[in-house]
Ligand binder design. Structure first.
Ligand code: 6PG
Length: 236
């Protein structure tokens, strides 16, 4: 596990984007699962502004989770990515693998699971991403696997339907077997509200195993935390 600490959220975005640019340049084809939430917006904005020379034709984008809302809804991770990145770069439409179809088939976790089987290399009978980008919630959730449904992590399926604990919003999420089969998993975690869970998970405190983010442990891949100083305040 590597930990990369930057002073601010913007510098996390820069450092991670520099890392990602190298990964894209080094790979013939790169299959990347994007995360949702607010942190990726800063990363996407930086990438859109600084990635003129990146050859996006070799990059395939997926989502680690998606809210079951229309693609025009401000909650949609797909919409966030379109607004902050996809509308500003030259990437083939066929390289963008949305979780939900135009008709918003809410319970189509199985359909997305099949898309991943078809598009990704299969390693140890499991679709393999080159890179899975994850955030972490204040409650220690990651992707859309929340503590109250931590059992979804061990699902035998590639994807599951999850329920947000507060809003009841349905979400589709990839499961632990895909996350831990990735070549590289990156956490992008910023802000003081994350510091306590970051400490608990990274130092493996008693009870850390109750947080889904603590289950991220790539079988043979690499795990890198990109943190800002606020989120890392309790591990220095
Ligand atoms: C989502 C994300 C979720 C997110 C965390 C952290 O769809 O909301 O996948 O897991 O990464 O909630 O979000 P922030 O980056 O906004 O703190």
């Amino acid at each position: 596990m590597h930990i990369n600490i930057s002073p601010t959220k913007t510098e996390v975005a820069k450092n991670f984007s520099d890392y990602l640019e190298e990964l894209i340049k080094d790979n013939k084809t790169t299959h990347i699962a994007l995360s949702g939430g607010s942190t990726p917006k800063v990363v996407f904005d930086y990438m859109a502004e600084h990635y003129e020379e990146v050859d996006w034709s070799t990059v395939h984008l997926y989502w680690g989770d998606e809210r079951c809302v229309p693609p025009t809804d401000s909650e949609s991770n797909y919409k966030i990515t379109v607004d902050h990145l996809l509308s500003k770069i030259d990437i083939p439409k066929d390289n963008i693998h949305r979780v939900l179809g135009e008709d918003l088939p809410e319970l189509e976790a199985g359909r997305y699971g099949k898309v991943l089987e078809e598009e990704l290399p299969i390693v140890d009978n499991i679709p393999q991403f080159d890179l899975v980008i994850l955030g972490m919630g204040d409650d220690g959730h990651t992707a859309s696997i929340f503590p109250h449904e931590i059992g979804l992590w061990d699902s035998p399926n590639n994807c599951e339907v999850a329920i947000h604990p507060d809003s009841g919003q349905r979400r589709i999420t990839i499961t632990g077997k895909l996350i831990n089969n990735a070549k590289t998993v990156v956490f992008l975690v910023t802000g003081s509200s994350k510091a306590e869970k970051v400490r608990s998970i990274i130092t493996k405190e008693e009870g850390h195993e109750n947080y889904p983010a603590s289950l991220v442990a790539p079988t043979s891949g690499e795990l890198i935390w990109f943190l800002d100083e606020e989120a890392a305040a309790q591990i220095n």
